[in-house]
Design a protein around this ligand. Structure first.
Ligand SMILES: *Cc1c(COP(=O)(O)O)cnc(C)c1O
Length: 368
């Protein structure tokens, strides 16, 4: 691996293959695999990640918004794409680009049918989302009759799947709640199937669902974070490989006397003669201000250097007192040894947030 000369996000597609195969090894061969590539594939690069997974013959993709799906279609992705949170203003675009909407409310159902009929669609695939306890998006159990009547009254759309989303699949203390969600989902799905007269696929598991509730993998699973190398537990983290490594470089080193201050608002005051390094990565690159004032850290020549003072827009300053290093040396913000989840923990957040925050200003480099 070449040494970083500027801030870069290295994406290891070999690690992606490993994670995909590991998650698939938890499934029956017939269970389909949907890769969640929303939010630039969790801050990596949705196009390269989707192309790689398409080569590995993934069954489905999901994005949050229609525009994210359009980017994949423009890049030549032909695998089906589920849009998890479509807005009706994008329905024409969705049909135009062969994206498949999640239908989560009576309003969205009515509006999508209207557009599908206007466009003379026949059996356009949609995915009916039920709320089983997350209380975020989805129909309720007692909406089944209404949905079925709407579907029976049109030939323009067909329910390709019914699905739901778990609220706490990573939390073993919520076993009872999660089991109840799965049971509620099964009841709704079988009622739906009986009333509609055909069998849509069923899916409810995200990554932690796959790892903790293997009996609930049904016809398809929807994995995001696991593909990117995080299993929401120490045990599962050991089986996965983080695909992203965020690297930078030391721009400048300063030596400061006792009682000098560092950065905006003079937020850090030195206790003694100290050495600091300035790194070209700031909140505009995704290092939130939360990581300032010694909450966050970077790794320089194997040693932890904490972020001192406030995070600037384009830079951070770190304490390198006692670390042997020089200008031009590589800086690791996170990699497969110094995990993004650990850095996230230091600021009371989660891997999902730090990964998806890495801004588009940071160049992505792909290791094949
Ligand atoms: C983001 C998302 C997922 C993926 O969850 P992970 O925990 O990242 O595996 C699955 N389903 C839905 C509905 C989502 O919004």
């Amino acid at each position: 691996m070449p040494k970083a000369l500027e801030t870069i996000l290295e994406i290891d597609l070999g690690a992606l293959t490993h994670n995909f195969n590991y998650l698939k090894s938890k499934l029956l061969p017939k269970t389909k695999f949907l890769a969640v590539v929303k939010a630039f594939a969790y801050g990596s690069d949705s196009v390269e990640v989707a192309k790689h997974l398409q080569r590995l013959e993934v069954d489905y993709f999901a994005v949050a918004y229609a525009k994210e799906g359009v980017i994949l279609r423009d890049a030549g992705i032909t695998t089906p794409i589920l849009v998890l949170h479509p807005q009706s203003t994008n329905f024409k675009m969705i049909i135009d680009r062969c994206l498949e909407p999640s239908i989560y409310s009576t309003k969205i159902l009515t509006e999508f049918i209207k557009i599908a009929e206007e466009q003379s669609q026949s059996k356009y695939p949609v995915h009916i989302k039920f709320n089983t306890g997350l209380n975020r998006l989805g129909f309720q159990e007692n909406d089944v009759d209404y949905i079925v009547s709407k579907l029976k009254a049109t030939t323009s759309i067909i329910a390709k799947s019914v699905f739901s989303h778990l609220a706490a699949s990573e939390d073993e203390n919520e076993l009872t709640f999660t089991t109840k969600q799965i049971e509620t989902f099964k009841t709704i799905a079988s009622e739906f199937e009986n009333k509609i007269g055909y069998k849509p696929w069923m899916h409810i598991c995200n990554t932690s669902g796959v790892l903790n509730y293997p009996k609930a993998t049904f016809d398809m699973v929807r994995c995001g974070i696991g593909l990117y190398g995080f299993g929401n537990s120490t045990k599962e983290d050991a089986n996965l490989k983080p695909i992203a490594c965020l690297k930078s470089v030391i721009s400048q080193i300063h030596t400061i006397e006792k009682d000098e201050t560092v950065g905006y608002n003079r937020a850090y005051k030195s206790q003694k003669f100290e050495k600091t390094a300035t790194i070209p990565i700031g909140h505009a690159d995704g290092i939130s201000r939360i990581y300032g004032n010694r909450k966050g850290f970077v790794i320089i020549n194997g040693k932890r250097a904490s972020i001192i003072g406030n995070v600037c827009m384009d830079m951070i300053m770190v304490n390198i007192t006692g670390i042997s290093c020089e200008e031009g040396d590589e800086v690791i913000v996170f990699d497969s040894n110094h995990k993004a989840s650990q850095l996230a923990e230091s600021a009371n957040t989660i891997s999902y947030e730090i990964l998806t925050s890495i801004s588009q200003r940071v160049s992505r480099i792909f290791l094949k």
